[in-house]
Design a protein around this ligand. Sequence first.
Ligand code: TRP
Ligand code: SF4
Length: 327
Amino acid sequence: MLSGIRATGRLHFGNFLGAVRNFVEHQAEGNRCLYFVADLHTLTTLDDPEELRKNLLEIVTDYLAAGLDPEQSVIYAQSSVPETVELFLYLSMFQPLGDLQRVPTFKDLVKRNPDRVSLGLVSYPVLMAADILGPQATLVPCGEDQVPNVEMARSIARRFNSRFGDVFAEPRMLSEMVKVPGLDGGKMGKSDASNAVDINLPIAEIGNLYKKRGVTDPARRTRTDPGDPYHGCKSVYPVHELITPGEKGNREIAHACQSASIGCGECKTLLIESLASVIEPFQERRRELAKKRDYVEEVLVEGGKTARAMIKETTEQVRDLMGIRQY
Ligand code: TRP
Ligand code: SF4
């Protein structure tokens, strides 16, 4: 199992709940897991070297604080494995350019930022295929927006195997990432970065953000108007569903909303209590880890070695099958 995250900024609550919480679960289920920070991919959109270096360490610290355990999972930086870049080059030799230009995420970026269409941006999915195929990952947990990229990795694997010999496992996407709404009800951190909730803010501040900006069902103009938690409430109820489970939790809240026996203020207070129970233990571990930067760097060094050994083996096979002999 393998997944990566770009180092564009620190984790927000959406990444934490939608992705990293699952990573921790997969690790606990005893899967062989690789989790990496795609620092090379980050170069397609970020050109502040200080910021990139900082983000990388912050994200790894967040991973560790969230419960990823370097004794159980391989935690590494993409750039620790130069063989991934070499593999990317080989794969790029038989990847048609047209397919890459049709990827929706690429078209999106071109539209938003037409003067930043680099070669690296076009070939983004091929580098991602190398990330996945290098360690022979079979399952790739990631968000819906990554479907075309994982599909491309699959088709590259298939094409290579039939042309040069059976080297690659065919990866499958594990689409289990829940969409976590941001404060404005749009997907957190995607539609608009300012709708994201920083999981490292003091819980009281997170509470204030929800109190002030969390959008609720607009049909509830007064306290006595019944609401529709499932379709009307865009930023509060969906989070309850994720973190306030059970009969006494989100079900009861939904009924109370529908019968107007709870007000939105009160409902938000309950949400903040749930948030605190998830976020506070994380923040405590995060504070401890922040004092141990050497340890975090050591995790990357060790994880890098392990990942490299796995990926090197695949890259050597590919190199050889494609007719390259290194003298
Ligand atoms: N493209 C992914 C994203 O933006 C990050 C990523 C890079 C990735 N390489 C990967 C995800 C390999 C899964 C597997 O979220
Ligand atoms: Fe949303 Fe809760 Fe208000 Fe209902 S009571 S609209 S679920 S915030």
